[in-house]
Design a protein around this ligand. Structure first.
Ligand SMILES: O=C(O)CCC(=O)C(=O)O
Ligand SMILES: [Fe+2]
Length: 418
């Protein structure tokens, strides 16, 4: 006879269907399964003096499924339990506990699997921009460290900052890139495969760092030591056109591979520096720019007034190599600071100032000048007009780290007006 059912074996009315093999001797189609919600009334005698095991083997083996159920109330110790529709077997307590354990195991397994998947997503989290991707939004929820590690998660690198100007916001950053990083970046060799690298004028949305949702660069890069072939003449952009214009800009430039781990680290640093800004701002592909003697970039804004959607929000003018005279970065509309302690990084005296107006930042290896290109109301800031002054001797290598705000809207057309 069936043993007494232990109602404490598993709380509540746990109802599970478990498959048992179809009996080849009885291929007749099986009636529908017992609805677990139906009351335990009427039906079929379950066992007739035989043990549960025997019942399994002999009486009910033709069942497609076995319904295991635990009632709220203990069932009577009867050998004649009645069920609604066949084929359904009520099992005894041992079997019931087994099934409870199994079902709990399944729950644990599911929870662990979901946890592992979340952890995996978090590990893949794009560092630069996750504004649009589903992976990014999952990962954001799964990575509270982003919020607890303010102001920077870049533990392996230290830089020093000082506000140079509040309006426009200009911040001087010493050691923004380390000596090792500079050596690494300058040793990256780029090969172009099939297509020339897409160079996006400021008037077109830039392709981005992986994870930004933007297109990836077509430049394939690997480290092979110093190489010349990565550079090409720098362009000047007007509207959707780009051209080489020696009246405006003489230098060579090369985009850095957005997949490169050091490039990614520096881009992440630039993003963290800005307090991540918002999820609509991406770091553009890093651009290395080399000026030889007489190389220069005449006065311009990094923001573009012809744009309606998306604009360059900030700039890091970073110096990778400064074995030169001349070649400073000149902001003609920034007032010279009164404090002469700035004079180690800006030109204070003639002939260094060379008759130029405003402020001239000297190229200092590893340092960066950071500035905001736009007013809070979305209009371009006229105070950040600037130029790369002609290099007189030696070589200057700069690294442009630009941030592009995809969500920027021309103020006349509904952009922010503060
Ligand atoms: O080289 C410099 O000092 C300035 C470069 C620059 O302004 C630019 O590339 O947009
Ligand atoms: Fe510029």
């Amino acid at each position: 006879a069936p043993q007494a059912i232990n109602p404490d074996a598993c709380a509540g009315n746990l109802v599970r269907r478990v498959p048992v093999p179809l009996d080849a001797r009885d291929p007749t189609p099986q009636p529908p399964l017992l609805d677990p919600l139906l009351p335990w009334t009427g039906g079929l005698k379950v066992l007739d003096g035989s043990s549960l095991e025997e019942a399994d083997q002999n009486t009910w083996i033709s069942a497609r499924y076995v319904l295991l159920t635990i009632p709220q109330q203990p069932l009577p110790q009867s050998s004649e339990w009645m069920l609604t529709r066949s084929p359904v077997l009520i099992t005894g307590p041992r079997r019931r506990i087994d099934s409870c354990v199994k079902s709990l195991r399944a729950v644990y397994f599911t929870v662990a699997l979901v946890g592992a998947l979340l952890a995996l997503f978090a590990g893949w989290r794009p560092q630069f921009d996750a504004s649009t991707s589903v992976v990014g939004s999952w990962a954001r929820r799964a990575r509270p460290d982003v919020h607890t590690s303010t102001p920077s998660t870049d533990a392996e690198h230290q830089y020093q900052v000082q506000i140079f100007s509040r309006d426009p916001l200009v911040i001087y950053v010493k050691n923004f890139v380390s000596s090792d990083e500079i050596a690494y970046l300058l040793a990256i060799r780029y090969e172009r495969v099939l297509h020339p690298p897409p160079i996006h004028p400021p008037s077109a949305p830039p392709y981005g760092i992986p994870g930004s949702g933007a297109k990836l660069t077509r430049v394939f890069a690997w480290r092979l030591g110093i190489s010349e072939d990565k550079y090409e003449p720098s362009y000047v952009y007007g509207g959707h056109e780009k051209r080489v214009d020696p009246q405006t800009r003489v230098s060579e430039s090369a985009f850095m591979d957005p997949h490169d781990p050091v490039v990614r680290r520096i881009a992440r640093r630039a993003r963290e520096f800005q307090g991540w800004r918002n999820r609509t701002t991406i770091i553009e592909p890093l651009l290395v720019q080399r000026y030889r003697v007489d190389g220069f970039y005449s006065y311009h804004f990094d923001w573009d007034e012809t744009l309606r959607r998306g604009n360059r929000a900030t700039t890091f003018m970073t110096y990778l190599e400064a074995n030169c005279t001349g070649g400073g970065t000149n902001f003609p509309f920034l007032p010279q600071p009164a404090d002469d302690r700035w004079c180690d990084v800006i030109e204070c005296d003639e002939p260094g100032r060379d008759g130029y107006q405003g402020v001239i930042f000297k190229p200092v290896r590893g340092a960066a000048v950071f500035w905001e290109n736009l007013h809070p109301n979305g209009t371009g800031h006229k105070g950040v007009y600037h130029a790369g002054l002609p290099v007189k001797t030696g070589t200057k290598v700069g690294l442009n780290i630009w941030s592009w705000d995809k969500a920027w809207v021309k103020p006349d057309e509904g952009g922010p007006t503060v």
